[in-house]
Design a protein around this ligand. Structure first.
Ligand code: GLV
Ligand code: MN
Ligand code: MN
Length: 436
């Protein structure tokens, strides 16, 4: 029997159907007509969070929003019993969830799927009027993608106590300073540090997410466990040339900022192709003054570099910096290199991964561990508590694209696996009892 048939024997699809319907419903909350774009601290994000908050309340969760804009639903633990020396033990908290912000022209599963799979697990407990010896919180993070301010993980940084207030001065592509955007969305920027969670309270964090790669599909597996999340560097690179008349300045006398940027973009591609396992992307390019009959005086681009090995990534970034130095000398332009984000590769927690593995094996499925090339809030949360991730097969490995696709059967496996994972962890909490 293959992995799919083994899993389908044990799986009830109803919860997964609802997860899929809700992913559709959330996709309607967008900043742009006809495509899904949901940036940090926008009315579209608030509308999506409002809908999720109502679903959380319907399954017995108390709901709050922290100052950076994360939505947090809490499913309380059973009251403590089995006290030692008369002191009732304080139930700890397991964090589940994912993010509700998106990239531009996004698919509907990157982020929302993890929130809704977690919600399906709570729905099952609630339907059985069941409380566990640990509290469960679902966090719907406010900014994993970093689309609005270029730097990602704003939500998880606040939770982990790693939010640097200097970020509040960053200005978005639409000209709004981050502290103003947070205030407009109902948060108090000055209170963000006080929202940090205490590590003593936490069992760990587990996120379900589409794989965003082709491995599970190629191997015929519905789910897998993330072994580690790739390191990532993000930069803004600016080329300053000299603007001038497109009809009168001879070619030999030009200092065209866009031509310098173009040479750099192709160098990034060529060098990345020569570095096994490395990926590098220029995803944004702004040209000023931006007229068809004016030589570009300034070009600003984003650069995103990733590798599983931190030394390889950092050496590659040094090489690119040297390349910029050569280009600006050759072309008589100036440059500016700003580091926006640096995250080292993050291994997932072996014990939590083991509990996920047991859950998957108990469904009769092979346990496949694989690295994540995409970034996730777990990168930041790993400094706070153990982190695990459950990957769900997606069609063609496509993501950050409206064609993102998962099957209801695979989502059902994910719900079942996460539910068993929660049971495994609850069973390992020694000092409190389960109430029905
Ligand atoms: C987030 O999805 C990232 O990897 O950029
Ligand atoms: Mn993403
Ligand atoms: Mn994501």
């Amino acid at each position: 029997m293959d992995a799919d048939s083994r899993a389908s024997q044990q799986i009830d699809l109803a919860d997964a159907v609802r997860v899929m319907e809700r992913c559709e419903a959330l996709a309607r909350h967008s900043e742009e007509l006809g495509r899904l774009t949901r940036r940090f601290a926008t009315p579209a994000l608030a509308a999506a969070a409002g809908e999720v908050a109502a679903w959380m309340r319907a399954v017995g969760m108390s709901v709050r929003r922290d100052n950076v804009g994360n939505l947090i639903g809490r499913y309380e633990a059973a009251s403590a019993t089995g006290a030692i020396d008369g002191e009732p033990p304080r139930p700890r908290t397991l964090l589940l969830g994912s993010h509700l912000d998106s990239v531009r022209d996004a698919g509907r599963y990157d982020g929302p799927l993890g929130v809704l799979v977690a919600l399906a697990v709570i729905k099952r407990l609630h339907a059985q009027a069941r409380r566990l010896p640990l509290a469960i919180e679902i966090v719907a993070f406010a900014d994993e993608e970093g689309l609005r301010y270029g730097t990602s993980y704003l939500g998880s940084k606040a939770v982990a106590g790693a939010f640097d207030p200097i970020l509040l001065q960053r200005v978005s592509d639409d000209g709004v300073r981050m502290d103003e955007a947070i205030r407009a969305a109902g948060g108090d920027p000055a209170a963000i540090p006080a929202d940090a969670r205490s590590r003593d309270d936490l069992v760990g964090y587990c996120e379900a997410h589409i794989e965003q790669g082709p491995v599970l599909e190629a191997e015929g597996l519905p789910v897998g466990i993330v072994s580690a999340i790739a390191g990532q560097s993000r930069f803004t690179v600016t080329f300053e040339g000299t603007a001038g008349h497109a009809g009168t300045v001879p070619m030999a006398l030009r200092h065209d900022a866009l031509c310098a940027a173009a040479e750099f973009v192709l160098a990034v591609e060529a060098l990345a192709r020569d570095t096994p396992g490395l990926v590098a992307t220029v995803g944004q390019l702004a040209v000023e003054p931006g007229a068809s009959n004016v030589i570009p005086g300034r070009a600003v681009l984003s650069l995103d570099v990733r590798h599983q090995d931190d030394t390889t990534r950092l050496q590659f970034c040094d090489q690119l910096r040297a390349t910029v130095g050569r280009i600006v000398v050759d072309r008589g332009v100036a440059d500016r290199w700003d580091t926006v984000q640096e995250d080292n590769a993050t291994p997932c927690d072996p014990a939590l991964g083991g509990a996920l593995g047991q859950a998957i094996a108990s469904l009769g499925l092979p346990v496949r561990r694989l690295p994540s090339g995409a970034g996730h809030d777990g990168v930041v949360l790993a400094a706070l508590c153990p982190v695990a991730m459950l990957f769900v097969r997606c069609r063609g490995g496509v993501s950050h694209h409206p064609a993102e696709s998962v099957t209801v059967e695979d989502v059902a496996v994910a719900v079942q696996a996460l539910a068993r994972f929660v049971e495994n962890l609850a069973g390992a909490e020694p000092t409190t009892a389960v109430e029905r």
